[in-house]
Design a protein around this ligand. Sequence first.
Ligand code: CP
Length: 314
Amino acid sequence: MTLRGKDLIGIEHMSEMEIQYILDTARPMKEIISRPIKKVPTLKGRTVANVFYEPSTRTRTSFELAAKYLSAEGVNVSGSASSVSKGESLKDTARTLEALGADVIILRHPMPGAAAMMAQTVPFPVVNAGDGAHEHPTQSLLDLFTVQEVKGTIKGLQIVVVGDIMHSRVARSGILAFKKMGARVSVCGPTTLVPPGIEELGARVYNNLDEALDGADIIYVLRIQKERQEEGLFPGLREYARLYGINKERLKLASSEAVVMHPGPVNRGVEITCDAADCKQSVIQAQVNNGVAVRMAVLYLLARGGEASSVPVD
Ligand code: CP
C-alpha cells in the first residue's frame, strides 16, 4: 500500500487498512522521538507549510515538530499575519505556496470543506488540520494510536463521547474512526448539543450521562465549542458541569479499567474536573505526545511513501 502524494481530508474517506497503516508507521516514529537527539533525514529537502486560520496549540506545534524531526523545512502562515487579511483568497494562498515550493500543506480553516477545496487547487498533498465542525482526522488517528497503545486493541471497546457533539469536528472524525476500527460508540450531551441524524454515523445517543457511562471503556470528553455556538443552547456552565461534567465519582460508573481522553484544550471545571483530568486513568498527556509521532507518520507517508517496516531510523 502507498499513500504517497495523497491528501488526508477526512476519516470518512479512509479504509480500516489505511488507518492501521498510518498507526503502524507511527510506532517507529515514536521510538525516534524518545531518543535524546530526535532527528532523522527522512524528509530532507521537503517543505511543509502550516497554514492556520484558527488558533491552535497542539496541532500546529506537533506538525511543526514532526516536520523538524524528519528534517523537513517548515513555514508558518497564520490568517491574521498573512495576505489573507488583505483579501487574498484561499485558492490564491494555495497557488502562492505552490510557487514558493511547498511539498505539503497542513490547513486549519473555519470553513467545512476548505481542505478539500485546497487539495483540488495544488498538485501535492494537503492535510486537513480541522475544517470548521466537519473533520479533524489527525486528531482521531492520534486517539486511535493512544487507545491501541493502552488497550492493545480497539475492536469491541465501548467508547462514550461526552459533550458538545454538535459543533465538534473531533467528535465527527472520532465516531467514524472508532467505528471503522470495530468499537461500539455512544454519544452523550444535552439534546441541543447532539446533532439530529448522528445515529447514521453508527453512534447510539444518550442524554443521561450516568446511563451512558455504564461499563464504558473509553470516556472521550469534549470542550464546549463556544466559538461555533449560538447563545442559549444550554442553561449555563455550572448546570452543564453538574449534568455533563466528568468527575472522579462519575468515573466509577464506567469500567474499572476505563480510560479518560480529551483532545484539548481542556476547560477545567466545566467538562471535566481537575481530579479527573489528572487522574491515573487519564491519557490526555499521552494523546498530545502521540500527536507528534502520528503526524510524523502522516508527513512521511504522504510526502515520501514507503512501508512501515522501512521507516529510516537514522
Ligand atoms: N486538539 C486540538 O486540535 O488542539 P489545538 O486546537 O490546540 O490544535
